[in-house]
Write a protein that binds this ligand. Sequence first.
Ligand SMILES: Nc1ncnc2c1ncn2[C@@H]1O[C@H](COP(=O)(O)OP(=O)(O)O)[C@@H](O)[C@H]1O
Ligand SMILES: CC(C)(COP(=O)(O)O)[C@@H](O)C(=O)NCCC(=O)O
Length: 322
Amino acid sequence: MTAQRTESANSVSASPFVELDRQTWSRLANKIEQPLDEEDVQRLRGLGDQLDMREIRDVYLPLSRLLNLYVGAAGHLHSATTTFLGERGSRTPFVIGVAGSVAVGKSTTARVLREMLRRWPDTPNVELVTTDGFLYPNAELERRGLMGRKGFPESYDRRALLRFVSTVKSGAEEVRAPMYSHLSYDILPDKEVVVRRPDVLIVEGLNVLAAARPRADGRSGLAVSDFFDFSIYVDAKTSYIEQWYVERFRSLRTSSFADPESYFRRYAGLSDSEATATASRIWKSINEPNLLQNVLPTRGRAQLVLTKESDHSIRRMLLRKV
Ligand SMILES: Nc1ncnc2c1ncn2[C@@H]1O[C@H](COP(=O)(O)OP(=O)(O)O)[C@@H](O)[C@H]1O
Ligand SMILES: CC(C)(COP(=O)(O)O)[C@@H](O)C(=O)NCCC(=O)O
């Protein structure tokens, strides 16, 4: 079946992307079976997200098929390289980047993809790593004067993240990553994520599509995105994301913030208006500037842009065709 592209795709003929509306995209699942049930959907849905079975069927089922096709194609490319080299190496992990703003719902997208890709016979082992594990610990952020810039590129140990992704991609037996806790708002000193040669690695985080920084000698270095076989940018209007951030903050007062272990327990007792004001202040001073200065400019580097409407549902897909 050929995709019915929307009008704007035809009018922007020089664009490297093809634009599809949700209805057209949903037909591209090509009758593959829906692998998740209502219980899975509830488990995977992030706080504030509106994920439902329709979203799985219309949006994620075609995406899962597309990714499975890409995994197959990457296998062929890998065989071409090994044939050329006269080697018999086994395939290395297929790496997918998931980028987007704080509170846009990246982690739900990443979790759904993990569950769906796991169900394909050629990719049973799918690992998910979030880049928050590579934030510097709070003590180090304080030393560097970066406590108010969590999530900005400079708040991460970018060299360690790059080393992690390139080592996994190169097929290493076992690779370890640090772990972050939203509860303690810090790196967990004695916990880590261990990744053992997965079929697919999903790397989710604000800045995963950032371009390489120029090196001191003026040459360009490598970026984590250089190791991606596919990348997704989860997008929405900034005003919607702000609203989602504020709503999530308000509802965290009765869950995470109320935990005695929470770094934010002082927020648990805020009234509705105080919570709205505090969340808006954090959004305006940290997350929105980071979105506008660092995250949004990387959108055009993604292979696929998923755009959400105000009700969180994905309504528009931009797929890079070249
Ligand atoms: N203060 C918090 N306490 C507990 N969980 C949080 C907190 N902030 C964010 N989270 C959770 O952490 C995950 C990542 O959030 P975030 O970085 O905003 O990305 P996104 O909303 O795009 O997944 C989400 O599942 C979110 O619900
Ligand atoms: C931990 C985060 C930086 C996101 O990290 P990511 O996994 O996307 O790299 C973000 O969710 C966060 O907590 N930002 C700090 C500002 C705030 O509390 O909203």
